[in-house]
Design a binder for this molecule. Structure first.
Ligand code: ATP
Ligand code: MG
Length: 289
């Protein structure tokens, strides 16, 4: 998609052409983000296509994807920039005898700066997609740093002054909601909740993601996964697990999921023995009726 989309349907078609099947809300929010030039904060359970949305948007626009993976302890040096001390040291050794003022101006120039994802995203020669993944994992102070960049699109380096954006990235932030994000961050973003897909959309996702999957198997898996999600489970199955399950059943030569097949392969779908036991018991009961 070379130009800006004219409506959400165009966004949906472009995403679908790249293998991502959005619901109406996803298409609408992405459309608005591009129109209003705002970051999107995507929130929702694990494995529902949050990260994949950013990756697919990069593919749709033919833009590079720059990813900042957040974790506890992520700091400015890893998110923004740091000085290349090794290179500075080498230059200092080579420059013995020169005036300090001269050397200082030299080693604190852009040549000695190591740009990290946020800096790379705003100084890229053409616009990129910036994915700030799992933002709920960083401390509140680091969140403030992200905010500054997202609102001003500039970075100030004390030794160099202000570095302004040469291009404005399309920014996608994702969160698993492990902690409450600041109001300030939320205010700057368009909010998008991605939940589990409907049976029909999950069926289509399975058919898109699992080559050679028969329609009946896709349908059976989508329906069963949907009902399994309504159980009181420690970790309900995500879309990625449902894809794994469909692939596994296909590999095992199964063409229909009945209760016996499901019980025999539940460990592909569920990641806790207690969850497997809960679902297996229910399926066995149904089977026995
Ligand atoms: N709407 C969709 N269309 C196509 N594929 C999808 C869709 N939603 C999810 N998927 C598939 O599910 C997989 C998992 O998605 P993704 O890694 O984006 O999850 P996530 O929400 O970022 O999870 P986590 O919170 O664990 O990081 C993707 O690789 C993709 O194959
Ligand atoms: Mg993710």
């Amino acid at each position: 998609m070379a130009t800006s989309p004219t409506d959400p349907a165009q966004v949906a078609a472009a995403l679908e052409a790249h293998g991502y099947l959005p619901n109406d809300r996803i298409a609408q929010v992405v459309f608005l983000a591009e129109r209003l030039d705002k970051p999107v904060l995507v929130e929702g359970p694990a494995g529902v296509g949050k990260t994949e949305l950013a990756k697919t948007l990069a593919a749709v626009h033919g833009r590079p994807l720059i990813r900042l993976q957040c974790y506890e302890g992520l700091d400015e040096a890893k998110a923004l920039y740091e000085w290349n001390y090794r290179k500075q040291l080498l230059r200092l050794q080579a420059d013995r005898g020169r005036e300090w003022d001269e050397v200082e101006a030299d080693i604190f120039s852009e040549d000695f700066l190591l740009a990290r994802p946020l800096m790379r995203a705003i100084t890229a020669p053409s616009p990129v997609v910036l994915l700030i993944d799992e933002v709920d994992r960083v401390e509140v102070e680091t969140e403030a740093l992200l905010l500054e960049i997202l609102s001003d699109f500039q970075v100030s380096v004390p030794e160099l002054g202000t570095i302004s954006a040469t291009s404005r990235p399309l920014v996608i932030l994702t969160s698993n909601n492990t902690r409450e994000l600041s109001e300030a961050l939320k205010r700057r973003c368009l909010f998008l909740h991605i939940g589990y897909p409907t049976v029909e959309r999950e069926r289509q996702i399975l058919l898109t993601r699992v080559p050679d999957l028969p329609e009946t198997l896709a349908d059976g898996v989508a329906r069963l996964v949907r009902s399994i999600r309504s159980f009181p489970l420690r970790k309900p199955p995500s879309v990625s697990e449902s894809i794994d399950w469909a692939s596994a059943l296909l590999a095992l030569g199964v063409d229909e999921v009945d209760a016996a097949v499901a019980v025999d392969t539940l460990h592909v779908l569920l990641k806790y023995q207690a969850d497997i036991d809960t679902v297996a018991k229910d399926l066995a009961d149904v089977d026995g009726q």
